[in-house]
Design a protein around this ligand. Structure first.
Ligand SMILES: *[C@@H]1O[C@H](CO)[C@@H](O)[C@H](O)[C@H]1NC(C)=O
Ligand SMILES: *[C@@H]1O[C@H](CO)[C@@H](O)[C@H](O)[C@H]1NC(C)=O
Length: 372
């Protein structure tokens, strides 16, 4: 129990600092998008030169949405940063690149179907004032446009967000709803959120622009979100960054039902590329108390994205698969019932779900050994 509480505490406090040792991005082409005054690209060009001067294959493409003239007119550091990048072998600047439509934007300047070893977007923000919907849409559209250009792991997409903005460590569902929901948007784009880590380059460049104007902005302890395409080579997502969707299963109570439900959900989740877990939520009887009506057990199942992205569609597949298997095993399922019993939840962080589980005092039911 101590251990259990301790790990919950760690989940709550540590925004995924640890765990994974991700491989460094492989050599190849690296893309930076939405690079404000180009100072991050200038910094990268300098460190790239120091790191691998002989890397003939390597190249760095630093891009911004503005046209060259707009960029010069907006940022005092525009010319100097441009020159620093273009003065580095293998590095270049592209203007007029829409981060939400990368293949169209890059097609004119690069060979057909370019792929990248890393794609970086630091502190994306739509041009207007803070607006959750617009910012989520920007992030989703960027991830959708980046995914087809990304090589397999160890290639990654990196997105730096202000402290807490991504939502992975949201303590409650309400807090998650107020976040950008980075892990869930990534899943919609077919990408797995592997980890978040503190942004270590905050003092290495000038964070400009703020809504298209040449001034800095505050990010607290910036958090870099690292995404990859799911593949057998890709590591499991760090536990503190996993996403999940949960649903109820109402089953006629019997002493052996719990183990069967747990095995059915685990099996269906595995087939969907996810991991499944089941807890007993409550039991209730039909009809008047003591009237001899049926007694139902309400199980809650959760489908977790560990090596593949958790989406509602994937969780729905888990639900259908588990129900089929349970019916095949002779369990009686209660149809109709509450609306929530028909559906799967929105995607939320596993850390948030663990808090809910703790609040409701729900303990996962072990999957019987012969079912694993
Ligand atoms: C991307 O740009 C191309 C060319 O301008 C356009 O045809 C296409 O509709 C755009 N796609 C998106 C998703 O905006
Ligand atoms: C950051 O901005 C300051 C003032 O505009 C400038 O002196 C400095 O060179 C810039 N640094 C980088 C890395 O662009």
């Amino acid at each position: 129990m101590l251990l259990h509480l301790w790990s919950l505490l760690c989940l709550a406090l540590a925004p995924c600092l640890s765990g994974l040792s991700l491989l460094p991005p492989p050599p190849g082409r690296h893309l930076v998008v939405g690079d404000g005054d180009l100072s991050y690209g200038a910094f990268q060009a300098k460190s790239e030169q120091q790191r691998s001067p002989d890397n003939g294959e390597g190249s760095l493409i630093v891009s911004v949405l503005e046209s060259e003239q707009q960029h010069r007119d907006t940022y005092s550091g525009s010319r100097a940063n441009h020159d620093a990048i273009e003065g580095t072998e293998g590095a270049r600047v592209l203007y007029g690149v829409d981060a939400t439509n990368l293949s169209a934007a890059l097609s004119a300047a690069l060979p057909p179907s370019p792929t990248f070893s890393s794609i970086t977007f630091n502190y994306p923000h739509w041009p207007g004032k803070s607006n959750l919907r617009e910012n989520r849409l920007l992030l989703l559209s960027f991830l959708r446009s980046a995914a087809p250009l990304l090589k397999p792991y160890p290639a990654t997409v990196s997105v730096a967000l202000a402290e807490g903005q991504g939502g992975s460590s949201s303590p409650t569902r309400a807090a998650w709803r107020q976040s950008w929901q980075a892990g869930s948007l990534a899943a919609e784009a077919g990408l797995l959120l592997l980890e978040t880590s503190p942004h270590t380059h905050l003092s290495s460049y000038n964070r400009s622009s703020h809504r298209g104007v040449d001034r800095g902005f505050r990010v607290g302890q910036g958090e870099v979100h690292t995404f990859a395409l799911p593949s057998p080579a890709c590591p499991a997502a760090d536990e503190s960054c996993r996403m999940c969707s949960f649903f109820e299963l109402h089953v006629l109570h019997s002493p052996s039902a719990g183990a069967l439900v747990a095995a059915a959900v685990a099996g269906a989740a595995r087939r969907a590329g996810l991991e499944g877990e089941v807890s007993l939520r409550e039991r209730f009887g039909e009809g008047p108390p003591g009237g001899g009506g049926k007694e139902w057990a309400v199980y809650e199942a959760v489908a977790v994205g560990v090596r593949a992205p958790a989406t509602r569609e994937a969780a729905g597949e888990v639900r259908r698969g588990a129900q089929e298997e349970m019916a095949g095993a002779g369990l009686e399922l209660r149809q109709g019932g509450r609306r929530s019993s028909e559906q799967v939840s929105n995607v939320i962080p596993l850390a948030t779900y663990r808090r809910m589980q703790e609040k409701w005092g729900m303990l996962p039911i072990p999957v019987p050994a012969q079912a694993i």
